[in-house]
Design a protein around this ligand. Structure first.
Ligand code: URA
Length: 277
């Protein structure tokens, strides 16, 4: 019998895997960047199959060989905490209630109103921005300032109305001076965003700018690495485009954004309006 440290390590690992399998926690322990495009939305359904696929690989693979890591992260396997965070029969109302008059991070100190999100709770398309600005903080609604007007135009150019889509942000309180939210603020607030997205279950998510993309794709890479490409976010198509505030400063980038939105329109089966209509 092999009683080497490697063997006992393997036995311990297998025991843990059986334990997590029993808990239906699926593949949280795997390197999520190496998972490819496997559907993971229905955890309970998928866990046994994925466990079966993973276990023989672990049993036969030499412990030292690490699989190659692709350049871009494909986020589709929930972590342990995401798996536990999935709330059965969740609703936007319940998520808002759970958020309450939040004081979980420093952003609450200077905020006027929490900006939870607005729009169709059954939307096929969700836009995710960074965080509320001044106008949003006053009104408690997302994207109602200058950048918001441009977002409305973008939505209408797609042949939709604002009420057809859902709009929300990574952080729900305005960062002072419209600074970027800090990592710990994003980490504190993003579970509510994940729940919003799980609950709405859209066909497509459009990240407006790098902060939303980084929060959902769990990367620090710059937007130039992933703008205009489709990603898988927990079995939902996710595309990253420039933030409308960036477009206000760089109108030349509008063409790129329109190309990105046309990809979303193709996915949703939306037709470009003719000029005469
Ligand atoms: N910018 C954002 O990222 N979100 C808003 O709601 C408004 C401006």
């Amino acid at each position: 019998m092999d009683s080497s440290p490697k063997q006992s390590q393997r036995e311990k690992l297998e025991a843990w895997l059986r334990y997590y399998d029993d808990l239906n926690l699926g593949e949280f322990y795997t390197d999520r960047r190496t998972m490819g495009n496997r559907p993971t939305k229905r955890l309970a359904e998928n866990a046994p199959a994925t466990m079966a696929a993973v276990r023989p690989a672990i049993a036969s693979a030499p412990l030292k060989t690490a699989p190659p890591i692709p350049a871009l992260p494909i986020v589709n396997a929930p972590s342990l905490f995401e798996a536990v965070d999935r709330v059965e029969n969740d609703t936007l109302e319940r998520i808002r209630e759970d958020l309450g008059e939040c004081t979980r991070c420093r952003l609450h100190k200077q905020r006027n109103k929490i900006v939870f999100g607005a729009g169709n709770p059954h939307a096929e398309l969700v836009f995710v921005g960074e965080g509320p600005g001044h106008d949003e903080d006053v009104q408690g609604l997302p994207f109602v300032g200058r950048a918001g007007k441009l977002l409305t135009q973008m939505i209408e150019a797609m042949g939709l109305q604002r009420d057809d889509v859902y709009i929300c942000n990574v952080v729900k309180c305005r960062p002072p001076e419209n600074r970027k939210p800090e990592d710990d603020e994003v980490a504190t607030c993003s579970p509510y965003l994940y729940r919003q997205l799980d609950t709405i279950a859209p066909k497509a998510i459009v990240c407006l700018g790098g902060t939303a993309a980084q929060a959902l794709l769990k990367t620090k890479d710059s937007i130039s690495r992933f703008r205009g490409q489709w990603f898988d976010y927990r079995n939902t198509k996710l595309l990253v485009t420039y933030h409308p505030a960036y477009l206000l400063r760089n109108p030349n980038a509008k063409g790129d954004v329109w190309k990105d939105l046309q990809k979303v329109m193709a996915l949703l089966g939306l037709k470009t309006k003719k000029a005469s209509q």
